[in-house]
Structure formats: structure tokens, C-alpha cells
Design a protein around this ligand. Structure first.
Ligand SMILES: NC(=O)C1=CN([C@@H]2O[C@H](COP(=O)(O)OP(=O)(O)OC[C@H]3O[C@@H](n4cnc5c(N)ncnc54)[C@H](OP(=O)(O)O)[C@@H]3O)[C@@H](O)[C@H]2O)C=CC1
Ligand SMILES: O=C(OP(=O)(O)O)[C@H](O)COP(=O)(O)O
Length: 340
């Protein structure tokens, strides 16, 4: 069993922990937080040993009725792989400790590519992660872009990509973030970080991205336009999406035309935390213009799509499963996840 520690048991960390615990070849040996808030109670109820960054705060946790297993450093020494899901920038501060202990670490998209020196997406470059000490799972939007661009590139060759990300303002529980009544250009300049981030996984893809933030919490929405080398065919693209384990089709018959309805659909399907792990590609939006430009809308659930990628990254770093298809199949099966 691969021993996994989650350093940072928040929005992403708590989901990765549950996904890891469901795998046949992995176990959670500990999760960490800095403060005794609700997620600490969740960790305790799930039976995950809880470690804390500042051991001097142990009495605060114990007063709240939360058992503390030890310090983060103690947790790290017991792990084969650490998933660092601390807030963006904290992972960089943790690196000297990881280097000192010689432990394998997966960073998240809030950290810079150079911190790990390798950016990961299961469908694009799984095998290149084998044996690495540091890997970065790219951000949620970048993950969604990489999945669809790689599919189209493999089928037709990609000449150029243009994508606009309409981004959710905050995660549902983040009460202090906005905007409440605005459309924010994030950033005002073009490209947004997503284009260069896609190139950190798919270096040969010419891509320009723009990003705006709107006052919602459910998911991001992408407008994607991909110019192809070879002539593309709409029905064939739909079939390719249907056979991809991390791409889903939002079918016209569902009547779903929004992120809100898609989230409700996941909830009603009984998905853990109503999570959409796959790209939610609106089938009716898939079009081919002039034979060489693939256009589509896709919903990306910011809290969910990177979770399954983290699980595959763990397996790749350990190197016992050497191909992406096998790892993806194990991950999906353990979660009971079949793309919509
Ligand atoms: N949320 C999202 O939509 C997505 C986020 N990401 C990336 O994932 C990473 C994590 O983001 P997210 O889950 O949203 O963040 P959260 O703020 O939800 O969670 C961060 C967690 O880290 C803990 N923490 C903070 N500092 C430390 C520390 N020094 N040592 C150990 N634990 C610590 C926090 O505990 P406490 O609360 O007790 O301080 C909290 O549990 C970021 O890089 C982000 O960019 C990627 C894709 C999507
Ligand atoms: O990885 C994400 O978005 P991104 O792909 O736009 O960087 C997550 O939604 C986190 O975004 P945030 O930095 O607004 O919390």
C-alpha cells in the first residue's frame, strides 16, 4: 500500500484524502491543518490521523475535542508521497522541509511550475512523472484545457487554441471572497496564466487564453476554439469525447444549459460532494467551423477535476503502474466514477 499524507486538509486536500482512501493500493496515513475548524472534525470522523503545522497549538485542538497525532514533520516522515494542498505559495515555503526529508511531493496549481519543475496531467504526460520527487498537478482550468486539447491534438493535430475562462468567484464555503456584483477581468492583460500553464504540460501547443471572474460558486465555464491541422468531424469528436474516461457530455436531453443545473445533476446522481470530476462538455455546443475549427463550451468543477489527477500522480511517482490508462481505470473504478 502506498502511504499518502495530505499536507493541507482544505477544499482540495479533503477531497484527495477521500479519493486516496478509496483506492485499493493506497492509504491515508495523516492529514494536516493549522486551526481546529470544521474540517478538523471531518478528518476525525473519517478516521484520518490529524497532524498540525504548529505543535504549540495542540492544546487548542484538544480543548475543541480534536485528537492530534503529532506535528506535520512527523507525518511527513511516515509518508511515501505527500500531497501538498496548502494555500497557494505555502507549498513553496514547505519545500526546504520536503528536501530535508527526501520525501516525494505533489504540489497544486497555486504553486509555480518551476517549484516542481514538472507539471502533470494524467491523460497527457503520466509516464513522465514516473520516479520523480516533485510533481505539480496543474490548476483546475488548466487540467480541463489539457484534457480536451490533447484529445483534439491526437486526432487532428492542433494548429492554434483560443480559450476564454469564465471563472467562479469563490468556492461555496468562502464567505469573504467576491465579487458580489461585478465581472472582473482576472487578469486585465492577455494571456491569463492558463495558456502558459497548458504549455507547461503540452509544450508544442500554440494557445492564447483570457479569464474573467463572475459572481458564482459552482464551476468555471470555458469557451474553447481549437484550429486543427487535419479536417475535423463533429460526430467523430463526440465519439472521442464519449470514449475518454475524464471527458463527459452534457446531453441535450437532460435540458441542462448552466453550471447550476449541472451541479444539481451531480448531486442527484449521488456523486461524493456533488463533484464533477470530468470536463462537462455541452454536446450541442460541439461544432466544427469551416472543417478546421472545433468550438465548444465546457464546465469545469474547480473543486473536483484535479482530485483524480492527484491520485494518478501518486501512482505515477511510485512507478509500479507505468501507463496512464491503467491508473485512470483504477482511480475511476475505486470512486465509482463513469464520465457522464
Ligand atoms: N479551491 C479550488 O478551486 C482549487 C484550488 N487549487 C489549488 O489547490 C491548493 C489548495 O487550495 P484550496 O484547497 O482551495 O485551499 P484551502 O484554503 O481550502 O485549504 C488549504 C488547507 O491548508 C491548510 N494549511 C494552511 N497552511 C498550512 C500549513 N502551513 N501547513 C499545513 N496545512 C496548512 C489549511 O488549514 P487551516 O484552515 O487549518 O489553516 C487548509 O486546510 C492551492 O494551490 C490552490 O491554488 C487547485 C484547483 C482548484
Ligand atoms: O485553480 C483554480 O483556478 P485557475 O485554474 O483559474 O487558476 C481554482 O479555481 C482556484 O482558483 P482561485 O485562485 O480563484 O481560488
Amino acid at each position: 500500500m502506498i502511504k499518502v499524507a495530505i499536507n493541507g486538509y482544505g477544499t482540495i486536500g479533503k477531497r484527495v484524502a477521500d479519493a486516496v482512501a478509496a483506492q485499493p493500493d493506497m492509504e491515508i496515513i495523516g492529514v494536516s491543518k493549522t486551526s481546529p475548524s470544521a474540517e478538523a472534525f471531518v478528518a476525525q470522523s473519517r478516521g484520518y490521523p490529524l497532524y498540525i503545522a504548529d505543535i504549540g497549538r495542540k492544546p487548542d485542538f484538544e480543548k475543541a475535542g480534536i485528537r492530534v497525532a503529532g506535528s506535520v514533520e512527523e507525518m511527513l516522515t511516515r509518508a511515501d508521497v505527500v500531497v501538498d494542498a496548502t494555500p497557494g505559495g505555502v507549498g513553496a515555503k514547505n519545500k526546504p522541509l520536503y528536501e530535508k526529508l527526501g520525501v516525494r511531493v505533489i504540489y497544486q496549481g497555486g504553486e509555480k511550475h518551476l517549484l516542481a519543475g514538472f507539471s502533470f496531467n494524467s491523460s497527457c504526460n503520466y509516464a513522465k512523472a514516473i520516479g520523480r520527487q516533485f510533481v505539480r498537478v496543474v490548476s483546475c482550468n488548466t487540467t480541463g484545457l489539457c484534457r480536451i486539447i490533447h484529445l483534439v491534438d491526437t486526432a487532428y493535430g492542433v494548429k492554434k487554441v483560443r480559450a476564454t475562462m469564465i471563472r467562479r468567484a469563490s468556492d461555496p464555503g468562502e464567505i469573504k471572497r467576491g465579487p458580489v456584483d461585478a465581472i472582473v477581468l482576472d487578469p486585465v492583460t492577455v494571456p491569463s496564466h492558463h495558456g502558459p500553464d497548458v504549455q507547461s504540460v503540452l509544450p508544442t501547443i500554440p494557445i492564447t487564453t483570457a479569464a474573467l471572474i463572475v459572481p458564482t460558486t459552482f464551476m468555471h465555464m470555458h469557451v474553447v476554439m481549437i484550429e486543427t491541422e487535419k479536417e475535423a468531424d463533429r460526430e467523430e469528436i463526440i465519439q472521442l469525447i464519449e470514449s475518454h474516461p475524464r471527458l463527459g457530455l452534457v446531453r441535450p436531453a437532460t435540458g441542462i444549459t448552466s453550471t447550476a443545473q449541472l451541479k444539481e445533476y451531480m448531486q442527484d446522481l449521488g456523486r461524493s460532494r456533488a463533484d464533477l470530476w470530468e470536463n462537462g462538455i455541452f454536446q450541442d455546443s460541439v461544432s466544427v467551423v469551416d472543417g478546421h475549427e472545433v468550438c465548444l463550451y465546457q464546465a469545469i468543477h474547480q473543486e473536483a477535476d484535479v482530485v483524480v489527477e492527484n491520485v494518478d500522480a501518486i501512482r505515477a511517482m511510485i512507478g509500479e503502474v507505468t501507463d496512464a490508462e491503467t491508473s485512470i481505470a483504477i482511480t475511476n473504478k475505486a470512486l465509482g466514477f463513469t464520465a457522464i
